[in-house]
Write a protein that binds this ligand. Structure first.
Ligand code: AMP
Ligand code: TRP
Length: 329
């Protein structure tokens, strides 16, 4: 069975974008692949997080993983810091990455271009840690949203370079980007990605949003004045995004949805999208509350970390030997 690995960085509450672009796919893959998913908590602190908020967001993220349908009997689910090899291999990967490569990473480039102050060294080297996250497990595939593709490509380069220098060690992973929903856009500004750091709070639907609030966000989504329901991503990006969201959640094709609403007003379509979104959120939220109350999270994470460490720790040992760091006989 091929191995698949992915992670989410819960610097805030998980969003509908995370669900459609990532989580939902993890759930679909868990039957056909050996699935490893983790909460990338080390990645969270590349920017300051209030410790209490972080703790809450991490707990909610685990509960939401399960609520969305990840099954700990099928997938390995754990917290990144519970497996120490991540940080250690992350450092070794940083020693096999060039500054030029990190300078080219768009996430970093965008932030520096915006003149963001107080950027940390952790933020800069984060793709090295991400490479370690993946390579520790010899993952064949990494299902991610569009924004992470560049990081997986860098991981491939680092893996190949390491293999050439030190001999065959790492599986070179492939990014896996879903055809529908790889980049869900903000409802209030369809030129931007739907993101946890949405300042207005109007463009982003959170998985734990109150259903009424979520409906309101869909109903007031920015569209256009063209007034025709069709698929024109360039000229009607807001409308396209709404249809894409509905398509991803209902498993209907975008064309099929357009056919149903052709010739009708945007309000009708928005109502349908809101229904689909709210039905999905309600299902997730019901399970989320059951899981939080059942108090199983600690046990699940402990078992997950043990399973993960059984793969990751020997890999790190192999790397240290190959690099010449070990003096054991
Ligand atoms: P992050 O929340 O940045 O840790 O992202 C976790 C996963 O969700 C990654 O695979 C992202 O590519 C994916 N993701 C985040 N935001 C979106 C979005 N707006 N549309 C699609 N995928 C997303
Ligand atoms: N960097 C990813 C994000 O921000 C999260 C992440 C960390 C990840 N390590 C990973 C995703 C390894 C896939 C594989 O979304």
């Amino acid at each position: 069975m091929k191995r698949m690995l992915s992670g989410i960085k819960p610097t805030g509450q998980l969003t509908l974008g995370n669900y459609i672009g990532a989580l939902r796919n993890f759930v679909n893959y868990q039957d056909d692949y050996e699935m490893i998913v983790f909460i990338a908590n080390l990645h969270c602190i590349t920017e300051y997080q209030d410790p209490e908020d972080l703790k809450k967001n991490l707990t909610d993220a685990v509960a939401l993983y399960l609520a969305c349908g990840l099954d700990p009997n099928k997938a390995t689910i754990f917290l990144q810091t519970d497996v120490h090899s991540h940080a250690e291999l992350g450092y070794i990967m940083a020693c096999n990455t060039y500054l030029g490569e990190l300078n080219r990473m768009t996430q970093f480039k965008d932030k520096s271009a915006k003149g963001e102050k107080n950027m940390t060294a952790g933020l800069y080297t984060y793709p090295c840690l991400m490479a370690a996250d993946i390579l520790l497990y010899d993952a064949n595939y990494v299902p991610v949203g569009e924004d992470q593709k560049q990081h997986v490509e860098l991981t491939r380069d680092i893996a190949q370079r390491f293999n050439n220098k030190y001999g065959e060690t790492f599986v070179v992973p492939e990014p896996l980007i879903a055809k529908v929903g790889a980049r869900i856009m903000s409802l209030s500004d369809p030129s931007k990605k739907m993101s946890k750091s949405d300042e207005t709070n109007k463009g982003c639907i959170y998985l734990l949003d109150d259903l009424k609030a979520a409906r309101k966000k869909v109903m007031s989504a920015v569209t256009d004045s063209i007034g025709i329901i069709q698929l024109d991503k360039e000229n009607q990006p807001g409308l396209y995004n709404l249809i894409e969201i509905a398509s991803a959640l209902s498993n209907r094709s975008m064309e099929d949805i357009v056919k149903e609403f052709e010739g009708q007003g945007y309000g009708k379509l928005k109502g349908y999208v809101a229904d689909v979104v709210c039905a999905e959120l309600e299902k997730i939220q019901t399970r989320y509350h059951e899981i939080i109350e059942s108090r199983q999270l600690e046990t699940i994470l402990k078992e997950g970390a043990a399973k993960a460490a059984a793969i990751a720790d020997p890999k790190l040992e192999e790397v240290k030997k190959k690099v010449g760091l070990e003096i054991k006989y």
